[in-house]
Ligand binder design. Structure first.
Ligand code: KIV
Length: 290
């Protein structure tokens, strides 16, 4: 039986039916297989990989090649979820031809079903061009981490009335341009609620409260893979860093005191057993190769 991936239409239908839409990031095959098994319907190959996989202090150094490679791995690791690939910094703003070429790489080489890009009104013409070319596009407004140098940090956006109106305008212009859904990052709960009620397309929140149509979180944040960093909005679904660290410490100790590997992890050929346990044969030039 062929199992089909979840489509953008299905995601939009979930909004109409009032079914919340869970989404999580993944950047590699092994994590993607676990996400697949969880039943989460949408996966983001986010440029947050710049932080959690590559160790940069922003998403700005992430390249199209990075996302293409990661998307292909996530697609190989999943059967069911819709895979959305992030368009990295300056991969879509230079001109529409560049945007189309880079989006095409994420879809054709990366195998993603949709692309996501950051920005509101100003990127709406690019969203329209991509949508006209047949691509499924997800918007991303509120805190847009690729603008961190302009925004002066990772801060809640849309807190004043005029800033909130601007975020609302951005949401409407992305919908008009043909986006199939929009990420709302780090905006006040009431604003996210108003946008969600106003839009026909789904809103996917991150630090935007419970009224969004869906929620997205960064895999490493929600699973506690970094003992020194957990954003307040990610919740605490697991504390994996100490579990993994303890396993590695035990392994180091076992190797050091030679309690690993044991017989259970060892392999012998008949010949090895003979040569290992028979000093006479080891000295025999026919066995030692002298
Ligand atoms: O890159 C990413 O993980 C994202 C989410 C924070 C929405 O864009």
């Amino acid at each position: 039986m062929v199992v089909r991936r979840i489509t953008t239409h299905k995601i939009q239908q979930m909004k109409r039916r009032g079914e919340p839409i869970p989404m999580v990031t993944a950047y590699d095959y092994t994590a993607a297989r676990i996400v697949d098994a969880s039943g989460i319907p949408m996966v983001l190959v986010g440029d947050s990989m710049g932080h959690v996989v590559l160790g940069f202090d922003s998403t700005i150094p992430v390249t199209v090649d990075d996302i293409v490679r990661a998307s292909a791995a996530v697609v190989r690791g999943t059967t069911r979820p819709l895979v959305v690939a992030d368009m990295p910094f300056l991969s879509y703003q230079i001109d529409t031809e560049t945007a189309l070429r880079n989006a095409a790489r994420l879809i054709q080489e990366g195998g993603a079903q949709a692309v996501k890009l950051e920005g509101g009104k100003t990127v709406a013409p690019i969203v329209r061009r991509l949508a006209d070319a047949g691509l499924a596009v997800m918007g991303h407004i509120g805190l847009t981490p690729q603008h961190v140098n302009q925004l002066g940090g990772y801060r809640v956006q849309g807190k004043t009335e005029s800033a909130a109106n601007q975020v609302m305008e951005d949401a409407l212009s992305l919908q008009d341009a043909g986006a199939f859904a929009i990420v709302l990052e780090l905006i006040p709960v009431e604003l996210a609620r108003r946008i969600t009620e106003k839009l026909e397309i789904p809103t996917i929140g991150i630090g935007a409260g419970v009224h969004c149509d869906g929620q997205v979180q960064v895999f490493h944040d929600m699973l506690g893979l970094d003992p020194d960093f957990r954003p307040r909005h990610s919740g605490s679904y697991a504390e994996l860093a100490p579990i993994i660290k303890n396993a590695l410490v035990r392994y180091r100790e076992d190797v050091s005191d030679r309690t690993f590997p044991t017989e259970a992890q060892s392999f012998y050929s008949d010949e090895t057993r003979v040569s290992e346990f028979s000093p006479v044969e080891i000295n025999d030039p026919a066995v030692s190769g002298d």
